[in-house]
Design a protein around this ligand. Structure first.
Ligand SMILES: Nc1ncnc2c1ncn2[C@@H]1O[C@H](COP(=O)(O)OP(=O)(O)OP(=O)(O)O)[C@@H](O)[C@H]1O
Ligand SMILES: CC(C)(CO)[C@@H](O)C(=O)[O-]
Ligand code: BAL
Length: 281
């Protein structure tokens, strides 16, 4: 397995493999790998000849008071996991290479980025779309793999790739969970024991919501109120948002119909967790 910080090395590796007629899958991450990331690597391995992983904690997607400096990092452990998963190349760029002093260019997707995580993290998606464009330009994969945990991120990136005529197929993979239902996340390590126990309420509240929709409830307001009241039964939980949006526009809807995203973000202390369900009604 090649581990490199060099854009040129990534480019020449990929060019060589493409000349041999091989397909390239790409999994961008911020590292501190867990089974969620591993599931994306497995999917890429299944569908491509070559799998490339990037590990980069991208500063432009963090707000000024967010956890950029404390975001968990463990490159040695990550490389071990990558090797076990059969990754061919790990790209580990540095800030000075990706954002040199004279850096000026940002990619921005309108509309889809002003709700959900975009409302509470106003500069977040501009950072995500910018770094993913840069990584796509460097790696030039055939396929790229993202988790449904960050559902809005996937829909925004898919819009971007379509609108900018990027010749890359974006794939969304299922959410991998702990045994008690909590979605795996690098940020789960921030939780203390009591917060960790209470954090299972995210998945539980979404299960209840899905059951109500299955039983025929179509009012977004009713479903949102139900989720809010279940989450608020936990004294350490602080709701950031509970929203039901159309998957094309990411805008709130009153009536549950067609394909919708039920998305929630909840803070436990300073730790912000997200979870969601996508429903086709
Ligand atoms: N539990 C999960 N199941 C499936 N995919 C996941 C899961 N967690 C993260 N991913 C996906 O892995 C990719 C990299 O995500 P990232 O490195 O930000 O990890 P993370 O665990 O989501 O971290 P955090 O939530 O702390 O930002 C993203 O496409 C993300 O959606
Ligand atoms: C896609 C991504 C790697 C861009 O930094 C990040 O937002 C993430 O890990 O989901
Ligand atoms: N997984 C999304 C990256 C972030 O929270 O910044």
């Amino acid at each position: 397995m090649i581990v490199t910080k060099s854009i040129e090395e990534v480019r020449s590796f990929v060019n060589e493999k493409k000349k041999e007629g091989l397909s390239v899958g790409f999994v961008p991450t911020m590292g501190y790998l867990h089974e969620g990331h591993a599931s994306l690597l497995k999917e890429s391995k299944k569908e491509n000849d070559i799998t490339i992983l990037s590990i980069y904690v991208n500063p432009t997607q963090f707000g000024p008071n967010e956890d950029l400096s404390s975001y968990p990092r463990d490159m040695e452990r990550d490389c071990k996991i990558a090797e076990e998963e059969g990754v061919d190349l790990v790209f580990t760029p540095t800030d000075d290479v990706l954002y040199p002093g004279n850096y000026k260019t940002y990619v921005y997707v309108e509309g889809l980025t002003n709700t959900l995580c975009g409302r509470s993290r106003p500069t977040h998606f501009r950072g995500v779309t910018t770094i993913v464009t840069k990584l796509f330009n460097i790696v030039a994969p055939h396929n790229a793999y993202f988790g449904q945990k960050d559902a809005q991120q996937y829909f925004v990136l898919n819009r971007m790739a379509t609108d900018l005529n990027m010749d890359i197929c974006l794939k969304s993979c299922p959410i991998i969970r702990e045994e008690d239902g909590l979605a795996k996340s690098s940020r789960n390590v921030y939780l203390n024991e009591k917060e960790r126990q209470q954090a299972t309420i995210l998945n539980k509240s979404l299960n209840e919501a899905v059951n109500k929709v299955k039983e025929g409830e179509r009012s977004s307001l009713e479903i949102v109120e139900g989720i809010r009241s279940t989450i608020n039964s936990m004294d350490l939980a602080n709701i950031d948002y509970v929203e039901i949006v159309d998957t094309e526009t990411m805008q709130q809807i009153d009536e549950i119909k067609n394909k919708v995203l039920i998305a929630i973000a909840v803070k436990f202390g300073n730790t912000r967790l997200i979870d969601n369900r996508i429903l086709e009604v």
